[in-house]
Design a protein around this ligand. Structure first.
Ligand SMILES: *[C@@H]1O[C@H](CO)[C@@H](O)[C@H](O)[C@H]1NC(C)=O
Ligand SMILES: *[C@@H]1O[C@H](CO)[C@@H](O)[C@H](O)[C@H]1NC(C)=O
Ligand SMILES: *[C@@H]1O[C@H](CO)[C@@H](O)[C@H](O)[C@H]1NC(C)=O
Ligand SMILES: *[C@@H]1O[C@H](CO)[C@@H](O)[C@H](O)[C@H]1NC(C)=O
Length: 331
């Protein structure tokens, strides 16, 4: 045999060995066929963000549970472009609070986006981005937790409903970048905070227009704040289409519709790269109350009949279990 042929055989053998070896490794690391499917479809190989753990970075079998539910084609916020609802979504959404004679949604949305920012936000996922977020629930388990400065160290600090910070800063922090609410749970905000309205009916969209301008609407199914202090250049609208996705895909139809807490968490996992969660669940003694209330029954929101708090909390625990979020429990 010539030297040339010998070398060729050696190269070929080496190549074969390498191929066999990589096939072997491949079949082990990508044993989960659905995961392989998601990876290739979504192009999610390699690092998806520059944090230590990225929510969309898929590594093991735990991720198939996540990917069966998580769908990046749904965006939490409404822009003018994404404001059209299918008949199906519109009907479902309108059923949530059974509004009697809703105004024409097309006309309301038109007025809404004349007043509020209409462009898409937070669609900037990138391998070089590391956006950390703290979602701060309202549980009494935040009391004496001393999480305040840790919460404030996130890029985004997301709060909800009536949550105050004043007087509780050591435990809940000073900073609020986003505050989710609906008309019946509204509270005034400072100028640097984005109000995120969760609309459960057409009237809620009319309310935010009114509350930032004329103050005409003072009642929905209960009396509501007729005016609200908030920076109107930072007001954002939760998309009913996303709401339905959360209900269908994550809650699989449990409860009548998702709670603000769960919707805030879902908002975070779709726009952040790393999510820390505080103030969810009961306190150390098993009580469900708000951190600012002494009345142990005051926030008995778990059994309102509208939300399935147990199921929602289960999903929250599973997300933590699968290392998609980090759950901090107080005390
Ligand atoms: C995500 O949602 C879109 C729109 O509803 C759908 O077409 C697509 O199949 C979904 N993708 C996954 C991976 O479930
Ligand atoms: C709502 O208003 C739009 C635009 O004016 C109109 O085209 C549409 O037919 C109206 N829809 C209903 C249900 O009245
Ligand atoms: C609030 O912020 C906006 C810019 O988003 C600015 O135009 C406005 O003057 C600020 N208002 C107050 C009261 O600081
Ligand atoms: C929560 O999950 C556990 C198992 O993971 C299950 O046994 C239990 O029924 C679930 N609870 C609810 C309310 O879905």
């Amino acid at each position: 045999m010539s030297l040339f042929t010998q070398r060729k055989i050696r190269t070929l053998t080496g190549l074969l060995c390498a191929m066999t070896f990589s096939m072997f490794v491949f079949s082990y690391t990508l044993r989960e066929p659905s995961l392989y499917f998601f990876r290739s479809v979504l192009g999610l190989s390699g690092s998806t963000c520059s944090c230590r753990h990225c929510i969309t970075h898929l590594e093991d079998e735990d991720d198939s549970w996540f990917m069966e539910r998580f769908n990046q084609s749904f965006h939490p916020l409404m822009s003018r472009k994404s404001s059209m609802l299918s008949d199906d979504t519109y009907r479902w959404w309108q059923w949530l609070q059974a509004e009697k004679s809703p105004s024409n949604l097309t006309i309301v949305l038109d007025r809404l986006f004349q007043l509020l920012p209409a462009e898409e936000r937070y669609v900037d996922a990138h391998p070089d981005r590391c956006r950390t977020c703290s979602v701060v629930g309202n549980s009494g388990n935040l009391r004496e937790s001393r999480y305040g400065s840790y919460i404030d160290s996130s890029d985004f600090v997301i709060r909800m409903n009536q949550a105050p910070t004043q007087g509780f800063e050591k435990d809940v922090g000073y900073k609020t970048t986003h505050h989710l609410m609906y008309p019946e749970s509204a509270t005034d905000l400072d100028n640097s905070t984005s109000l995120i309205l969760i609309p459960f009916k057409t009237l809620d969209l009319e309310w935010i227009i009114s509350a930032l301008t004329t103050g005409d609407i003072s009642k929905t199914y209960v009396p509501v704040k007729s005016r609200i202090t908030a920076n109107k250049d930072k007001v954002l609208i939760y998309n009913p289409r996303f709401l339905k996705y959360v209900y269908d895909s994550w809650l699989e139809g449990h409860g009548r519709y998702p709670s603000t807490g769960f919707l805030s968490l879902m908002f975070a996992i779709h726009i952040c790269d790393e999510v820390n969660v505080f103030g969810f669940g009961a306190d150390q003694d098993g009580n469900w109350h708000h951190y600012w209330e002494d009345n142990m029954l005051g926030g008995a929101f778990r059994h309102t009949g509208v939300h399935d708090g147990d199921y929602e909390y289960n999903i929250t625990l599973l997300l933590a279990d699968k290392h998609k979020i980090t759950l901090y429990r107080g005390g």
